[in-house]
Design a protein around this ligand. Sequence first.
Ligand code: ATP
Length: 557
Amino acid sequence: MEMEKLVSLCKRRGFLFQSSEIYGGINGFWDYGPLGVELKRNIKEAWWQDMVTSHDELTVAEGAPSTHEMTGLDCTIIMHPQVWKVSGHFDLFTDIMVECRETNKRFRYDQLRGRWVTCTGKKAKGQTKQLSASTSEAKPQEFEKVFVLTKSEAEEELADLERAALKAFNIRAKDADKLNWDGEVVSFETISNFENVLGPGAKRVGTLTDPRDFNLMLESHAGPIKSDENKVFLRPETAQGIFVNFKNVVDSTRVRIPFGIAQVGKSFRNEITPRNFTFRSREFEQMEIEFFCHPDTSRKWYEYWRDRRMQWYTDLGLAGERLRLRDHATDELSHYSTGTADIEYAFPFLPEGEFGELEGISHRGDFDLRSHMEGKLDPKSCPLEVELGENGKPKYRGSGRDLTYRDDQTNERFTPHVIEPSAGADRATLAFLCEAYTEDEQPDDKGKMQTRIVMKFHPRIAPIKAAVFPLVKKDGMPEIARDIYRSLKKRFPAFYDEKGAVGRRYRRQDEAGTPYCITVDGQTLTDQTVTIRDRDTLKQWRVKIDDVVEEIALRVS
Ligand code: ATP
């Protein structure tokens, strides 16, 4: 599926709009339209229902070391700034950025790609130094450049690259054979000499700055004075709200370890290059669980959550080769983590064979609770240290509160270990949209074959569960159809449509992903039955009007 087709459908049918579109939009921010809001709500509700509300703590789930409880929380977006200092986000939540002094564009260092090129006997614009044969593999009298791409090796980007090279060397297109391309597309991180780099969209070489750290937390000020003391941060993850409330939850409920706290809410990251539709946004929603357990059983619980979360996506229709569970290699793990796995999806905007993260499940040990108790030394110079140094004070004070747990049955006191399944609601929504998009060939009202676009959502997450049509606008059919529509509406989102040929009404619902269409026709007037049409199989069958609601309810639950 081409991504452009999905993006166009999302706009046309009201799944997603660019934020503030009438003012030209704002990069990295998206609005959910009438269908999109229902879809995303259904995904969040399915998550909450499956992880929290309908979780049955009395049943030992398959693979789990014992029974466990699940509870919820809803914390603020702005928290005490100390939270972010102790969590490490203040010092370490950074991406490496390079800036172009000519175009003022910013790029993520790790995402840039480029190719070396020389032009026999020609100096590029802006290049002052001739390279000696000893500093590069270039032939004498040649000048070397790297042309930087922001994506991987796509055909049209290579054409852009050539256009940029022609401009930089000030030669005409017909002389393109003077350009000598050297080797494959390489990562920008492999380059040490920035003087010979031509940035994306730049006309002169050597305008990219050295890479530097860029903190991804968005800032604001709480209170009337914009001073450093009043500086606050919009949370970059919902997890910290759970950690700092750990004691409150234990004290105010009767939960016993092992138990999990779930939270769904907005997070903000000042991404340097938001892109790929909603995949990398600056404002997005997360669905996170912090699961607290005894250190001795934590490994088992990690495995349990990894498998359970994977199953959740599969059950809702993200099956097949496009979904995978990938265990991180040891050198990929965060310093505190003894195990991390990503659930990934092969989004259509990624190059063939590449996957994008939907959710990370990590074993975080006791890192977070200990940090909030004890504080931290300078995390940059000493990232592994969470305890007080022998004589030094921590750079960032912890809360000083006792965040350990005492098991009232064994009397053992310990700092719980944490397993964190951390999912993005927007990325999940995008994956379900991509997976649902299908085209097939179907005859129209006149029997002519037409391409049908159909969004094959799992009925549980489909924005509209059923649509009701009178075949024609007469003979009392609209009245009967409206009555059915009203009874459906009391149970779930339904839609009434009497405009245009019935075939076109079906097509509109196929694009919205409505699993069932109910039609009132001539036969209804004699035997009180209607047809139900299945979106995917196109099969139709007749049901008594009185049974319609139950029939649909059964199928969409
Ligand atoms: P990435 O490597 O893609 O930036 P991450 O590893 O930083 O992601 P986490 O910090 O583990 O992501 O966040 C948990 C989840 O939150 C991710 O799996 C993803 O679904 C979601 N998420 C993170 N950043 C963004 C973003 N900028 N836009 C949309 N969703 C996001």
